[in-house]
Ligand binder design. Structure first.
Ligand code: 6GU
Length: 225
């Protein structure tokens, strides 16, 4: 899978993909992430990419021309399955959307800044608008990093243990059950006996029960969906 990201702060997107699972995905050739600096596509003086909004009001708006230049230039090389604008007024990102997007071949992510981007870009190029939650970030970069991480780890072959994404929280609309590792006892706090029993059918059943209990306690809304 290839993910291209258009940003005015490309530096913000260097480190998130340089470690751990994202790094492994790239090293294995399963995920390619390219960060494109929008300022390289402006024809305005001093690499300007934003301007005052028509009609007045506080806050700058990202201009249509640099964005369209960048998108159309990238489209010469790549056919995108989705062109996604990261914005607080988009549909809220969740595991279902991550699963869906992990099956795509090429994605283009556009990070907004300031008051947003000129509506004409949204009307004519954007195929999907995504928010990562009901709060406002200074820009779309951190949201883009969240998307790439959530999507990238679902690409087949990225995780070491192929089944482990299947037992994540939110797959099946359930939170994941508690997990334990050595030692069996610490300060008198014991690991649940069942996990040491070697009875895998019983262990699976216990985990299923715990997942339900945890979801009921912490996120009852998930059980209603
Ligand atoms: Cl995608 N962008 C910004 N700027 N703020 C957000 C967001 C995105 N999702 C939640 N808040």
């Amino acid at each position: 899978m290839k993910i291209d990201i258009i940003s005015v702060v490309p530096d913000l997107l260097q480190s998130p993909f340089a470690h751990s699972i994202m790094k492994r995905a790239k090293d294995k050739g399963l995920l390619e992430v390219n960060v494109i600096n929008l300022r390289e596509y402006t024809t305005y003086a001093r690499a300007q990419v934003d301007d005052y909004q028509f009609g007045g009001g506080a806050g700058m708006v990202m201009m249509v021309e640099p964005l369209v230049n960048a998108i159309e230039s990238l489209q010469k090389k790549t056919t995108y399955d989705e062109i996604i604008f990261l914005t607080p007024d988009g549909e809220t990102f969740n595991q279902k959307t991550a699963n869906h997007l992990s099956l795509k071949k090429n994605l283009l992510l556009i990070c907004g800044h300031y008051k947003g981007i000129d509506q004409r870009v949204r009307d004519h190029f954007i195929t999907k608008e995504i928010s990562i939650g009901d709060y406002v970030l200074s820009g779309g970069e951190l949201a883009a990093a969240v998307l790439v991480d959530a999507i990238g780890r679902l690409i087949p072959g990225v995780l070491n243990d192929e089944t482990s994404a299947l037992t994540d929280s939110f797959q099946d609309n359930l939170l994941a059950p508690p997990v334990y590792t050595r030692p069996e006892e610490f300060r008198g706090w014991k690991v649940p006996e069942i996990l040491l029993s070697g009875n895998h059918a019983k262990i699976d059943q216990w985990r299923q029960e715990q997942a339900h209990k945890r979801t009921q306690e912490k996120r009852p809304d998930l059980l209603e969906e």
